[in-house]
Write a protein of this length. Structure first.
Length: 145
């Protein structure tokens, strides 16, 4: 039962995160652009919609109990990428507000920093835990054995 609750918690965080970005894509695009990455504008536009849809899709799979392990690993990979982006910002001395949940915030306020890294590490541990431990409730468990 605990595994299912943790899976639903992880799913809720990412569905909320993705929907928040999709509701306000301009905010998310501006925040991505502020990261100062050498990416073409077209790729930034693509990422503005791709990232939130991946979050919503993977979170929805976790809620449905389908492809739990792949969905959890996708979310873990996103968290690693997000954390590397935060470290990159810090090393370059840039202060960028978190586009993590659209224009709303979860736990951490202000520019991306240590609080966001700790939050991401906690969510990463949760995602890895779900990927490794929560196989009993998967609808696709016979295929993932």
């Amino acid at each position: 039962m605990t595994g299912r609750l943790l899976r639903i918690l992880l799913a809720a965080v990412f569905v909320w995160s993705g929907l928040s970005k999709l509701i306000d894509p301009i905010f998310f695009f501006i925040a991505l652009d502020a990261f100062g990455l050498p990416l073409p504008v077209g790729l930034l536009r693509y990422l503005t919609f791709f990232i939130p849809w991946v979050e919503v899709s993977a979170g929805s799979l976790l809620v449905l109990g389908v492809w739990i392990r792949p969905a959890a690993w996708v979310l873990a990979s996103l968290l690693i990428a997000f954390s590397l982006a935060i470290v990159s910002l810090r090393l370059r001395g840039l202060d960028v507000n978190c586009p993590c949940f659209g224009s709303s915030e979860l736990i951490c306020r202000g520019p991306l920093g240590n609080c966001h890294l700790i939050r991401n590490a906690s969510l990463l541990a949760l995602a890895i835990g779900v990927a490794i431990l929560d196989r009993r409730h998967a609808l696709d468990r016979s295929q993932s054995s």
